[in-house]
Design a protein around this ligand. Structure first.
Ligand SMILES: C[S@@+](CC[C@H](N)C(=O)[O-])C[C@H]1O[C@@H](n2cnc3c(N)ncnc32)[C@H](O)[C@@H]1O
Length: 393
């Protein structure tokens, strides 16, 4: 990840720059003794935080984990612009933009939030979950220019690599979402998908609750598939195969079939490895038989009132655990101009939590940073709880 190591400087000096530069919003100082400050920026239209780690021999700046942009080039350009404005002496950096690396296809990158009010530009839409190197996704997109292929991948470097490929190949019908597929699926309208591919998901033999395929996932998949469309699962794991058989046999209004060692014209890196090892490959195709009713999507994630510093200081430091969700407040920071502050907050369902910040300021309602949570029913319940805690209700 891009970072900048500069000669130690007084971080208070940044306050003058914040007053001058519109894209620098605030400096936040931890309430605890931790030697890490945060700088709030909005660079090239994207809000995120830079972490400033103070060490005796050097100060290190990098994008913070929760809010960092997918486009690494944007982080590099932001750090370079800041170093130039501040006139720091750079001791080490990796922010030179590589001339050889093609840029990402920015128009193909979609954020999970985009799906809250998405208009799909093509009539046919397919989804691939965990596309990895993207061989299958790109192959499908090249062969079916009349279909929009949405690829969702939780691993950021894989998403970036495929965004480069999309640009190199000039594909106009692929979108990439760097997020948890289980949440994206919940965001899709009912009866949308022509196909849903889940090829070689991680088997998670020791932590089955982390598997992509679950009763909840299949229920959402059947809702998002149009009648007659298929969820295609391919796996080399006997364990996962048996587990999926059970899960697929439960939901009503669906049927499924199983094929052993069916070849596809395109072979992913994983599949090639299993084939060399002569492992069996199972394909399970689960078909939606009936149309589903529309999904509920009118969740409200706004807070309506300001929060005082005192209420923020009173939030519990331990996780608040309810039946289907939790809320956990993390490290708290105060803005250097004393107008408010920012608090880490994780919440939502146990297996796919949201990680955000909450910003509070005098006279302004509390808000999420860098953006509000994904609109799911579980997040909506967690949001209610956050409100109840900070407003003391
Ligand atoms: C074993 S790889 C298979 C990759 C690819 N489908 C193939 O056949 O080569 C599993 C992929 O799923 C991704 N993945 C795991 N959990 C995910 C989730 N919840 N949402 C999206 N992607 C996920 C991983 O990052 C990884 O790239």
């Amino acid at each position: 990840m891009p970072h900048l190591k500069v000669e130690p400087f007084k971080t208070e000096e940044l306050d003058r720059l914040i007053a001058e530069e519109e894209w620098l919003h605030f400096r936040a100082v931890p309430e605890s003794a931790a030697p890490v400050e945060l700088l709030g920026v909005e660079f090239e239209g994207e809000p995120f935080l830079l972490e400033i780690k103070k060490r005796p021999e050097a100060t290190v700046l990098r994008a913070d984990k929760i809010s960092r942009p997918l486009d690494v080039g944007r982080i590099k350009r932001c750090l370079a612009a800041l170093a130039e404005k501040a006139g720091w002496k750079i001791l080490h950096s990796n922010i030179e933009e590589s001339a050889q690396r093609p840029p990402l296809a920015a128009e193909a990158e979609k954020s999970i939030r985009d799906f809250e009010s998405m208009r799909f530009p093509m009539e046919k839409v397919a989804l691939e979950v965990g596309f990895g190197s993207g061989r299958h996704l790109l192959w499908q997109a090249e062969r079916h220019p009349d279909t929009l292929f949405i690829g969702v991948e939780i691993h950021t470097p894989s998403a970036q690599q495929v965004l480069r490929q999309i640009r190199l190949r000039g594909l106009q019908n692929v979108w990439v979402v760097n997020y948890d597929a289980r949440l994206l699926l919940e965001m899709l309208p009912s009866n949308l998908l022509e196909a849903l591919y889940v090829h070689f998901p991680v088997p998670w033999d020791k932590k089955p609750h982390r598997r992509v395929i679950s009763d909840a996932f299949v229920e959402e998949a059947l809702r998002a598939l149009r009648p007659g469309a298929v969820l295609e699962l391919r796996t080399d794991s006997e364990n996962y195969y048996r587990y999926a058989l059970e899960v697929f046999s439960r939901p009503p209004k669906s049927d499924f079939r199983v094929e052993k060692n069916r070849d596809l014209p395109v072979v992913s890196k994983y599949e090639a490895r299993w084939r060399r090892m002569e492992k069996n490959i199972y394909t399970l195709s689960l078909r939606a038989l009936e149309a589903s009713s529309p999904r509920q999507a009118d969740f409200d994630f706004t807070f309506h009132e300001p929060v005082t510093y005192d209420s923020i200081r009173m939030v519990p430091s331990k996780p608040v655990v309810e039946e289907n969700f939790f809320v956990h407040f993390g490290r708290a920071y105060r803005f250097s101009d004393d107008s408010g502050g920012i608090v880490e907050c994780s919440f939502g369902s146990f297996d796919r939590p949201e990680h955000k910040y909450l910003i509070y300021r005098d006279k302004e309602p509390l808000r999420y940073f860098p953006e509000r949570p994904v609109a799911t029913a579980t997040n909506a319940r967690a949001h209610q709880k956050i409100g109840a805690i900070v407003y003391g209700r």
